[in-house]
Design a protein around this ligand. Structure first.
Ligand code: CP
Length: 315
């Protein structure tokens, strides 16, 4: 399949073939990352701007490193030191970045739809690095990459997403991607955070943790997204933890080869116990490592790369 998109705005609009193209391209870039010389010139002369209007550790640094590995020039935008603080609009800020010859703008914003908004008037490529509770496409792609790497497939696997689904952009992007590639998705958490409307997307919804985890091949844990909740969605954090946290006792209910995933940042002792976060079945840090290859693949493809077939020995 030949990649043809200028932007990466969401997973919902990607086809299964496009998702597989990103994963295959990322696999080639992961191999590049294991060479003595880890840089390739695919984006030489191009400028990537990381326009992060919301906090980030993993995604921002991962995009920065990915762009550097592709030999692009990288600019990290700091909100606190920017003219957004003086009343400049997002549109004007983005148009000024484009006037400075930004080829790719990677945006994280608290408002759902902010990347789609920029893509409507910019000539630069736009990559969604998380928009409100809407989508976080590269997180889902790196999650699928990790699942495929560890399990050898995605179709037919039972994937449980446990936690705050309602306010999670990671959940939405994962649901779209997993269902498109043939996984079975179960959602679990307090009923206020896991509305049954998700069944209409093709997911199973349950409020019983044992039922959600006992036949899971993958358990993807999500933190409570306090920053997006306008009111308390459950009686207390203590009650949430006692009912839904993945702890050692609950881990014993799972399949012996279950993978424990989390997009980070993790809240130890809340949605996940330290023992579980650091156990042999946890691939949380491997997800972060894989994120670099996936983001290299995304930047490469939206810059005009056609697919993994282009990554031959000349790179
Ligand atoms: N998973 C994720 O998006 O982490 P950051 O918020 O640190 O980027």
């Amino acid at each position: 399949m030949i990649w043809n998109r200028k932007h990466l705005l969401d997973v919902q609009s990607l086809s299964a073939d496009e998702i597989v193209t990103v994963l295959d391209t990322a696999r080639a870039f992961k191999a590049v990352g294991e060479r003595a010389i880890k840089k390739v010139p695919a984006l030489r002369g191009k400028t990537v701007v990381n326009l992060f209007i919301e906090p980030s550790t993993r995604t921002r640094i991962s995009f920065e490193l990915a762009a550097q590995r592709l030999t692009a020039d990288v600019v990290n935008f700091s909100v606190e030191a920017s003219s957004l603080k003086k009343g400049e609009t997002l549109k004007d800020t983005a148009r000024n970045l484009e006037a400075l010859n930004a080829d790719i703008i990677v945006i994280r914003h608290s408002a759902a739809g902010a990347p789609h908004f920029l893509a409507r008037f910019l000539n630069s490529s736009v990559v969604n690095a998380g928009d409100g509770a809407h989508e976080h496409p590269t997180q889902a792609l790196l999650d699928l990459f990790t699942i495929r790497e560890k399990k050898g497939k995605i179709a037919g696997l039972n994937v449980t997403i446990l936690g705050d689904i309602l306010y999670s952009r990671v959940a939405r992007s994962n649901i779209w991607a997993l269902l498109k590639l043939g996984a079975k998705v179960t959602l679990c958490g307090p009923s206020t955070l896991v509305p049954r409307v998700f069944e209409q997307m093709g997911c199973r919804v349950t409020y019983e943790v044992r039922e959600a985890i006992e036949d899971a091949d993958i358990i993807n844990l999500l933190r409570i997204q306090h920053e997006r909740q306008r009111k308390t969605m459950f009686p207390s954090l203590g009650e949430y933890t006692s009912l839904y946290s993945l702890n050692k006792q609950r881990l014993e209910m799972t399949k012996p080869d279950v993978l424990i995933m989390h997009p980070g940042p993790i809240n130890r002792g809340v949605e996940i116990d330290s023992d579980v976060a650091d156990c042999g079945r946890s691939v949380i840090l491997q997800q972060v490592t894989n994120g670099l290859a996936v983001r290299m693949a995304v930047l490469f493809l939206i810059n005009g790369g056609k697919g993994p077939q282009e990554l031959n020995s000349e790179h």
